[in-house]
Design a protein around this ligand. Structure first.
Ligand SMILES: *[C@@H]1O[C@H](CO)[C@@H](O)[C@H](O)[C@H]1NC(C)=O
Ligand SMILES: *[C@@H]1O[C@H](CO)[C@@H](O)[C@H](O)[C@H]1NC(C)=O
Ligand SMILES: *[C@@H]1O[C@H](CO)[C@@H](O)[C@H](O)[C@H]1NC(C)=O
Ligand SMILES: *[C@@H]1O[C@H](CO)[C@@H](O)[C@H](O)[C@H]1NC(C)=O
Ligand SMILES: *[C@@H]1O[C@H](CO)[C@@H](O)[C@H](O)[C@H]1NC(C)=O
Ligand SMILES: *[C@@H]1O[C@H](CO)[C@@H](O)[C@H](O)[C@H]1NC(C)=O
Ligand SMILES: *[C@@H]1O[C@H](CO)[C@@H](O)[C@H](O)[C@H]1NC(C)=O
Ligand SMILES: *[C@@H]1O[C@H](CO)[C@@H](O)[C@H](O)[C@H]1NC(C)=O
Ligand SMILES: *[C@@H]1O[C@H](CO)[C@@H](O)[C@H](O)[C@H]1NC(C)=O
Length: 824
């Protein structure tokens, strides 16, 4: 039995099974009463159908305890509501949730002090209970009839809006609304600065706000069908999965929006993150993780004051926020937890305010280029840059200026500054930040003679150092290359920077990171992959990498070395001059792969996979077989790339779905369904890839690609997907060979293909994509069939054909989905 795709998948699996076994033995209550209070870290109430749990929990990286509600049936602890957001409790064993004598539900710390309460002044009942419902709603209801509800958590959202809840406002009582309020930080549920609410002024638009006062995103008015600025709502994904409606109560007491799910087994999570972004996520059972399919604002740096004062926001960077020069984090602890809203403070106070200018020292400025400026500037009419600078210096509150022909000054806290150097030079500006003179010393006011001397000395030292480094570097590289023959070279990051000429020549980007071309001192050409989204520690990384390094086969790409330094992880592979199979198969208009080459490629991939699955010591499921991951050497022999990375990186289906367009067509149905994944998932992906090798076309094509083909003249786009055509022919009992040629085999070959081989390839491909994994052949069998050693019968029609045809229709959704995420 081969191991599943990721170690990350197995353990939670076992845990879930173990927990399920435990749960069936214990009867869980869903009700808290005065006689049966809830107390202790180990006990929780569980809703009737076990969907949600209510109990005490600690957020990750927090010492504090909270009473909250979370999804009961998923492995990742995800709170959806917290009672005592701002007042944590010290010890859950001495705390309890109970019903007070006045009928309110209360949370008592040390069994005495009420630190949270439903706080209803008059309850028209002499006996109440608290019940956690399957919707995730906690209600305070009559004991005799729990349909009579006096209070519900759905009227007091935290950061999460669950299906069935109403997010809206009371039109009769001004200021009364249910609003989502983000957590302060990842580990701190106390109310943060970002919130989402229905416009309290009475329009039908939702507003994202900072400290209630600043709006930074609006949904647009309800048009009767969608919100004006959320056109995605018409996309086929939401409408086929959700029902939603906006109730605009002109004469009603409330206006609100509700949404619900058509399929109860789907878990979603609409929440406002501590970074001020609304995120709509779906739980992917297979990946055991949340996958975002919609978020706003799309650009993180559009969130108002995300990085706080005197810091700069950089989109798509690992750390979005960083302090300006001359400033340091106001609160380092908060920054570490992803809460940057306190921003940065000056290292040295401005001299303007401390009267130091009297003593002849003045503040100065330093220049920051490639920024998007904050909008709250004061414009002053002056002539020239110097006058603009003087205008700023004259005002003690002025902290920055910008001059581009007209003069803009900023007073007080400088917020919403964005570094756009990595995005585009278009629309970027230059800003001058005011600092105390002492912070700027070393830059200005040196006399030129000194400066020249320093420059000469510094340059010579630098040249010497570079020369020395170069020699050391060369010697060490050569030494190591020879020393660890047959095994892996451990590179330093600096080595690899030099090998790749500072990562200057990009070869491509896969699901795991960008790949750069490089050249070792012995002239070996290599491909250096910079891993992104890496989750494992150094030790585990080295262990996995040495496993991968030990796998050697003529049809598997060879790992030559690696680098593991701080958070950096890079892999060094042999270089494949003919690039990836998809480029040769779909994009190369000049050179069409001959039939013989294709057949050899198909056979080579099968042999490589067979080796991975069965022949090597530590067996590996690849998890991501597709033309992009097949590389071709100088003579077009195939080598499977990226094996072992699924395990190394922690497989996550959202990565598969989003990082490469079209990947969806290669994933086995059981994987999407969330059941355990075996080597037969690779067999499925191989089958899909094989059909593409034969047809020279994608089985599932996105809208964009289809559009391209239509633009190409339309001939290709009019043909049905080869997959469907092939299915009809083979599964319907076999067609005439001439028909097969026109329907399946790549037309660009002009019929120049071995019909016996083509039929074998198609048949085995259809066996590979059977719904039932047991019906799919092992890779060893596939090799034998392709070698002509074993005959294979006519395959039954796989249901996944239908599924894939549907997927092809849903390309709108996929397009929409992939547009949300940063593309490579
Ligand atoms: C509860 O007890 C702990 C230790 O006994 C104490 O530190 C804490 O302050 C108490 N909390 C309240 C609210 O009395
Ligand atoms: C209960 O509500 C009253 C006003 O309605 C408020 O003053 C009080 O602080 C609330 N108490 C708690 C524990 O929330
Ligand atoms: C609650 O009040 C009703 C009348 O309103 C009375 O009949 C009932 O006995 C009371 N129950 C308790 C437990 O006090
Ligand atoms: C409980 O209350 C609901 C709503 O007030 C009512 O429709 C229902 O008949 C009541 N059920 C019983 C058993 O009294
Ligand atoms: C609501 O109206 C007030 C007063 O008319 C105005 O100051 C405020 O900006 C408005 N808020 C929104 C969200 O439009
Ligand atoms: C939204 O509707 C209100 C009236 O309900 C209108 O005053 C406002 O201009 C509309 N906003 C937009 C952006 O169309
Ligand atoms: C709302 O109330 C006004 C006056 O009270 C009435 O003319 C109108 O018909 C009502 N609209 C609806 C939808 O009930
Ligand atoms: C600055 O100087 C003025 C008079 O020269 C004095 O009144 C003021 O207190 C001084 N401010 C500070 C912050 O020292
Ligand atoms: C200069 O900057 C101001 C404010 O950012 C902008 O409105 C203006 O168009 C800019 N002018 C030029 C010439 O770029």
């Amino acid at each position: 039995m081969a191991p599943p795709c990721s170690s990350a998948l197995v353990l939670p699996c076992l845990l879930v099974i173990a927990m399920a076994a435990l749960q069936s033995a214990v009867v869980f209550a869903d009700t808290v009463t005065a006689k049966r209070p809830l107390s202790g870290s180990q006990s929780a109430l569980v809703s009737k159908r076990r969907k949600f749990a209510l109990g005490f929990f600690q957020p990750e990286n927090s010492q504090h305890w909270y009473l909250g509600i979370w999804y009961n049936q998923i492995s990742k602890h995800t709170p959806v509501w917290v009672a005592n957001r701002g007042t944590p409790i010290s010890n859950p064993d001495t705390s309890q949730l109970t019903i007070a004598t006045d009928g309110n539900m209360v949370l008592l710390d040390n069994s005495t002090t009420a630190i949270w309460s439903t706080n209803i002044s008059k309850i028209a009942s002499n006996s109440t209970v608290g019940v956690i419902l399957d919707t995730g709603n906690l209600v305070l209801a009559d004991e005799s009839n729990t349909s009579i509800i006096h209070w519900q958590s759905f009227d007091h959202f935290g950061n999460t809006w669950l299906p069935g809840g109403k997010l809206g406002r009371n039109n009769k009582l001004a200021g009364v609304s249910t609003r989502l309020v983000a957590w302060k930080a990842r580990n701190d549920p106390s109310p943060g600065v970002f919130s989402l609410e229905l416009d309290p002024n009475g329009t039908s638009q939702y507003l994202l706000e900072w400290s209630i006062t600043q709006q930074y995103w609006t949904s647009g008015n309800w048009t009767g069908r969608i919100f004006a600025d959320v056109p995605e709502m018409t996309g086929c994904y939401p409408s086929s999965t959700y029902t939603f409606d906006y109730v605009n109560g002109e004469n009603e007491s409330e206006s609100y929006f509700v949404y619900d799910l058509k399929d109860e087994s789907v878990l979603t999570r609409f929440f406002l993150s501590e970074m001020g972004q609304i995120q709509f996520l779906t739980w992917i059972y297979a990946a055991k993780d949340w996958m975002p399919f919609w978020s706003q604002p799309k650009v993180k740096c559009d969130v108002y004051s995300l990085c706080g004062p005197f810091s700069v926001c950089t989109e798509n960077a690992l750390t979005s926020c960083s302090c300006l020069r001359g400033f340091s984090e106001q609160n380092v602890g908060e920054w570490l937890q992803g809460d940057h809203t306190s921003g940065c403070r000056r290292n040295v106070e401005l001299q303007c305010s401390s009267n130091a200018s009297v003593m002849g020292r003045t503040d100065g400025f330093y220049t920051m280029a490639n920024v998007r400026l904050p909008s709250n500037a004061e414009s002053v009419v002056v002539i020239g840059n110097d006058q603009c600078e003087q205008a700023c210096l004259r005002s003690c509150s002025c902290t920055a200026y910008s001059y581009n022909g007209s003069c803009s000054l900023w007073h007080g806290d400088l917020i919403n500054l964005q570094d756009v150097s990595a995005i585009s030079s278009q629309g970027s500006s230059t800003v001058l930040i005011r600092l105390a003179a002492s912070e700027l010393s070393g830059q200005k006011k040196k006399n030129t003679k000194n400066l020249i001397t320093i420059a000469i000395v510094a340059t010579s030292v630098l040249v010497l150092m570079i020369a020395a480094l170069f020699f050391i570097f060369r010697r060490r590289m050569v030494k190591e290359t020879t020393r660890v023959e047959g095994s892996l070279i451990a590179f330093t990051y600096r080595d690899l920077k030099s090998v790749t000429k500072n990562f200057s020549e990009k070869l491509g980007g896969g699901a795991f990171g960008l790949v750069f071309k490089g050249s070792l001192p012995d002239a070996t050409v290599v491909a250096v992959k910079k891993l992104e989204g890496f989750r494992q520690g150094e030790k585990q990384f080295r262990a996995e990498v040495s496993t991968i390094g030990n796998i050697q086969h003529v049809n598997l790409i060879r790992l030559l070395g690696f680098c593991s330094e701080k958070s950096r992880r890079l892999l060094v592979y042999e270089y494949m001059p003919n690039g990836s199979l998809d480029k040769q198969l779909f994009d190369n208009k000049k050179h069409v792969l001959s039939w013989n080459t294709r057949y050899q490629i198909a056979l080579g991939i099968a042999r490589g996979l067979d080796y991975l699955h069965e022949k090597c010591r530590d067996c590996i499921i690849h998890c991501d077989i597709k033309p992009e991951n097949i590389l071709l050497d100088g003579s077009f022999a195939p080598k499977v790339a990226d094996f072992g990375l699924a395990k190394l990186m922690g497989r996550d289906i959202s990565r598969v779905l989003t990082t490469a367009r079209g990947t969806v067509g290669y994933i086995a149905p059981e994987w999407i369904a969330g059941t355990a994944v075996t080597a037969k998932a690779d067999v499925f992906s191989y089958g899909m890839t094989l059909l593409e090798i034969v047809s020279g076309r994608r089985n599932v094509q996105g809208r964009r690609r289809r559009q391209e083909q239509q633009d190409d003249g339309g001939a290709a786009a009019d043909r049905p997907f080869p997959l469907v055509a092939a299915g009809r022919l083979f599964c319907g009992g076999g067609g005439r060979r001439e028909e097969m040629v026109s329907a399946v085999v790549d037309g660009r070959l002009g019929g120049d293909a071995d019909m016996g081989e083509a039929e074998r390839a198609c048949r085995v491909a259809f066996w590979c994509i059977q719904d039932d994994e047991n019906a799919r052949p092992a890779m060893a069998t596939v090799v034998q069939v392709l070698e002509g050693l074993v005959e294979i019968g006519v395959p039954p029609i796989p249901r996944s054909l239908q599924f894939l045809a549907e997927l092809a229709d849903q390309s709108n959704y996929l397009q929409f989905f992939s547009d949300l995420l940063p593309s490579n």
